[in-house]
Write a protein that binds this ligand. Structure first.
Ligand code: GTQ
Length: 352
């Protein structure tokens, strides 16, 4: 092994020089260059699964310990073990399980972090966004785009839990967070219930008299009823992708692009016995199991999943999905930061 032997005087001179640089808030690049310019992404976030059967009692116990009035949002956050307790699943994405009990209100606010909600259990609580309400049911995807006023309320007889997904770590990393409380607890309802569903859920037929100029989808609720039907119908005649099975992207019906500028959402059906091929992508992804049983290999981890579990796939980790049931399809929901990577010219993928 050939090591470069430095004369003590040169080593001492360098060390003294590094010390001196520090006093001017400077440092030498050459000592850290290889750790900055890594050949591939080196996320600190690790592949991880949060199991519903373990977490459910804790989510409901929060309901006995704290009210929405005090908490504002009663959420058990999912914290990646690789990120030192940060409110983050990856460097860009946040997720949490939010509980709202019958009769409760999560008061109106808005923030520059954008959010998605994927309903886990309960029926008929509402989310209101900029004057429109929608009633939520399991599997529905509800959008609260950046800087839109939103509140949640549960006028049903049962508790509701949903998975929150936000671009919060990204927005904080780029120092773009703003937050505001609405002057009233509940914002006024100015539109008919599910107004945007009648206008925008048709996809190929859109209201010609209304120009939605936002940089996000005008559709508030992508119902599971429609998503599930679309997957079943497509899977009857198509095997989809060798990596993902039959996978659909939730899109902005005006543009065909992602639902939000920072987050893309997908629903996928893994046919019975599906064994996917492995692939890496330069994006962070969070998956939520809607129905079925199987596992996902992420790097050298095998994440065994069942309904209502949530797991993450950090950037550039090889990822492979398997449906272990030979008789039933499995359904996965996921959201990623792909639009960010794509907009910046940083998106890559590679088959393993
Ligand atoms: O429901 O508005 O999990 O503002 C974190 C921040 C949920 C919400 C979260 C939020 C919300």
């Amino acid at each position: 092994m050939a090591t470069v032997q430095q004369s003590p005087s040169r080593a001492q001179a360098l060390e003294a020089y590094y010390q001196e640089l520090r006093q001017f808030s400077t440092a030498p690049l050459w000592t850290v260059l290889k750790s900055l310019l890594t050949p591939t992404p080196q996320p600190r976030a690790v592949p991880f699964i949060w199991r519903w059967r373990e977490l459910r009692p804790y989510v409901y116990r929060a309901g006995e310990l704290i009210g929405t009035e005090e908490a504002e949002r009663r959420v058990v956050m999912l914290c990646n073990p690789g990120l030192d307790g940060a409110a983050a699943v990856t460097n860009t994405l946040y997720a949490g399980l939010q509980l709202i009990l019958p009769g409760e209100i999560a008061r109106t606010h808005r923030h520059t972090a954008a959010a998605i909600r994927f309903i886990v259990e309960g029926h008929g609580a509402y989310t209101a966004v900029d004057g429109e309400r929608t009633l939520m049911n399991p599997g529905d995807l509800v959008l609260t785009p950046n800087w839109t006023w939103h509140d949640h309320g549960n006028e049903s007889a049962e508790p509701m839990v949903w998975l929150d997904g936000l671009d919060l770590p990204l927005v904080n990393a780029i120092d773009a967070m703003f937050f505001e409380e609405y002057p009233q607890t509940v914002q006024p309802v100015t539109k008919a219930l599910d107004d945007s569903r009648r206008k925008y859920a048709q996809g190929t037929l859109l209201p010609a008299y209304e120009r939605h100029l936002g940089h996000y989808s005008p559709l508030l609720n992508y119902t599971w009823e429609r998503t599930h039907a679309a997957l079943i119908e497509l899977a009857a005649h198509d095997t989809g992708s060798p990596y993902d099975g039959v996978v659909l992207e939730y899109v902005n019906p005006r543009t065909g692009g992602p639902v939000l500028p920072t987050m893309a959402c997908y629903a996928q059906l893994l046919p019975p016995g599906f064994e996917g091929q492995a692939r890496r992508r330069s994006i962070s992804a969070i998956f939520h199991v809607v129905e079925g049983e199987g596992y996902t290999e992420v790097g050298n981890q095998r994440l065994d999943w069942q309904a209502k579990d949530t797991f993450c796939v950090p950037s550039w980790a090889p990822c492979r999905h398997v449906n272990t049931s030979s008789g039933k399809p499995a359904f996965l929901f996921s959201f990623t930061d792909a639009p960010v990577l794509q907009a910046l010219g940083l998106y890559r993928e590679a088959a393993e």
